[in-house]
Design a protein around this ligand. Structure first.
Ligand code: MN
Length: 306
């Protein structure tokens, strides 16, 4: 199944536009992966700025291909991320964070911004854990020989691929990897037949079986596949995500994931009334970004997990 992205204006002061494939009317999740935003590559005329906003019930994963982004959060993390590295923020019961990309001119490397932001839904028994942040600066890499005798360069972002496991903290059976091969080459990968998978070219385009995916599109494979052959129609940077079907209904609203309408109403109230100062759910922090982003109004009807 092919999923085409829609264009979404981010709630930022500089209005970065992203291509979003998940969630989609035809594809709610890939394992626990419940959100895929692809942005860039774009020349930065100004820094990308995402002011303080909260999360509950999920992990955010920032995978950087080009540029520099600084992350700050309410548990005191300050972390610059560089290409090939991964920032993982586990919201648990609640965290707030801000992100700012280094502006053009700060360094040559920061001139272009190209990144993927992903969310991972936390299972029910991890919804109320304390928030955590981790930076993975040295993820495991390996090479696969392509069918043409070239090399596919693989970085494991989370979980396991071909016996290589990333140290990234996960709460359900998932995997993520970045794969790079040259135009015209193809390679075979063994799959976990209990997993469903999504393949998104961040650069270039791919063919899997009868399906072609352009940049920012996702090819989805349902569980049951033992292996896959991926052909690069152009020089390729491919994001691969997989996991066992999540098995729980979730309620996604704004930046929150819960199970019930009350979960969302309470989180929204705690954030907008700045209750973090009283009960510690979203502790305040300092950054160079400016005012926090209030949660929008709730719909007039109760929300339901789907
Ligand atoms: Mn966020």
């Amino acid at each position: 199944m092919l999923i085409e992205p829609r264009f979404v204006k981010l709630n930022t002061r500089t209005g970065v536009e992203v291509r979003r494939t998940v969630p989609h009317a035809k594809l709610k999740m890939i394992g626990a992966w419940c959100f895929i935003d692809h942005f860039g590559p774009t020349k930065q005329t100004d820094a990308m700025v995402v002011a303080q906003h909260p999360h509950i019930g999920l992990q955010t994963v920032t995978w950087l291909i080009e540029g520099r982004i600084e992350h700050r959060d309410s548990i005191g993390s300050v972390q610059l991320i560089k290409p090939g590295q991964l920032n993982l923020m586990t919201a648990g019961r609640g965290i707030s964070h801000s992100e700012i990309s280094l502006s053009a001119g700060a360094s040559n490397e920061a001139e272009t911004l190209h990144a993927v932001q992903l969310w991972v839904a936390l299972p029910k028994d991890a919804l109320n854990i304390a928030p955590e942040f981790e930076h993975q600066g040295n993820l495991p890499k390996f090479e696969v020989v392509t069918n043409q005798g070239g090399k596919a360069h693989v970085t494991v972002l989370a979980g396991e691929l071909a016996g290589v496991t990333a140290p990234t903290k996960t709460f359900s059976p998932i995997m993520g990897a970045e794969l790079r091969i040259s135009k015209g080459e193809s390679f075979n990968l063994k799959l976990n037949s209990e997993f469903e998978y999504g393949f998104m070219p961040a650069q270039g385009s791919i063919t899997i079986g009868e399906e072609n995916a352009e940049t920012s599109c996702v090819i989805f494979l349902a569980p049951g596949e033992e292996q896959v052959t991926i052909k690069a129609n152009e020089d390729l940077i491919l994001l691969m995500l997989g996991g066992t079907p999540f098995g729980e209904k979730i309620l996604m609203w704004w930046n929150f994931i819960g199970r019930t309408n009350e979960d969302i109403v309470q989180a929204r109230k705690d954030w907008n009334q700045r209750q973090e100062l009283k009960n510690g759910r979203f502790t305040d922090f300092n950054d160079n970004v400016g005012p926090w982003i209030p949660a929008p109004d709730l719909p007039n009807v109760a929300l339901h997990a789907r």
